[in-house]
Design a protein around this ligand. Structure first.
Ligand code: TPP
Ligand code: SF4
Length: 248
């Protein structure tokens, strides 16, 4: 009989605490599978953020470090510089990366740090009850924007990948989504390339993954997947913004 499921060695046996329908779990699995397939689990060091993925250190079956709000790229920088042969990644939400830690991610990219960042954009602060994030869509309701994000008051949502793609030290920048199986497969390919860029010593690599937050969006898991597709994709187009020749 064909095997349809096999547990990756990249994850521990600890059950995820994520809400039903939250795609953080899918993204964890993709990262873990890639680390296993590249044979780098033994030398991988992940940096966990604040936000719902704060417990990522319990889930990845490799060395992990916790970082204070938004500081994961700075912590990862230190680790990679001290252990240049390790494979270092940060796993960060949009509140963590695009708000609290904007400076850290921009400067890590600018310095061309040889780290890989997995940036989970679910258009809201998940963990702290659903307040507006820099990535919240215009008109989208949040606890701090009960009538919906007002562009005149809060500006338009920040396009992190497009912004980082203008920075020379950012060698690999791609936006993917995990709202259906075809896109999950593409997301895995991008994550693999982002680690290959690090292994090739190229420079900073980031994959922005569009993700769901059914709890704070007030939707069922299936409605949330549809909402992502219909509302996030038009504003956050999928695609590669930068790739070094060597890993094309
Ligand atoms: C300086 C500071 N800023 C913010 C917070 C609150 N805080 C902790 S985790 C978090 C949410 C981060 O959310 P996000 O990165 O979007 O991840 P998600 O939970 O959506 O996966 C916030 C606002 C805090 N405690 N202190
Ligand atoms: S609050 Fe949102 S981001 Fe956090 S675990 Fe639940 S669904 Fe996922």
């Amino acid at each position: 009989m064909a095997k349809v499921f096999e547990k990756t060695k990249g994850l521990t046996d600890k059950p995820f605490h994520y809400c039903p329908g939250c795609t953080h779990g899918i993204i964890h699995r993709l990262v873990a599978e890639v680390l296993e397939e590249l044979g780098v689990l033994g030398k991988a060091i992940g940096v966990a953020p604040v936000g719902c993925s704060v417990f990522a250190y319990d889930y990845f079956n490799c060395d992990m470090h916790e970082a204070a709000h938004g500081r994961a790229p700075a912590v990862a920088t230190g680790i990679k510089r001290v252990h240049p042969d390790s494979v270092v990644f940060t796993y960060q939400g949009d509140g963590d990366l695009a708000s609290i830690g904007t400076a850290e991610i921009i400067h890590a990219a600018h310095r061309g740090e040889k780290i890989t960042t997995i940036f989970v954009n679910n258009a809201i602060y998940g963990m702290t009850g659903g307040q507006m994030a820099p990535t919240t869509l215009v008109g989208q309701k949040a606890t701090t924007a009960p009538y919906g994000r007002d562009e005149n008051h809060a500006g338009r949502p920040l396009k992190v990948s497009e912004m980082l793609a203008t920075i020379h030290g950012a060698k690999f920048v791609e936006r993917v989504s995990v709202h259906n199986p075809a896109n999950i497969r593409k997301a895995k390919k991008a994550i693999k390339k982002a680690f290959e860029v690090q292994l090739a010593g190229e420079g900073f690599a980031i994959v922005e993954v569009l993700s769901t937050c059914p709890t704070n969006w007030g939707l069922t898991p299936t409605e949330a997947l549809k909402w992502l597709e219909e509302n996030m994709l038009p504003y956050y187009p999928l695609g590669n913004f930068r790739t070094p020749e060597e890993v094309k």
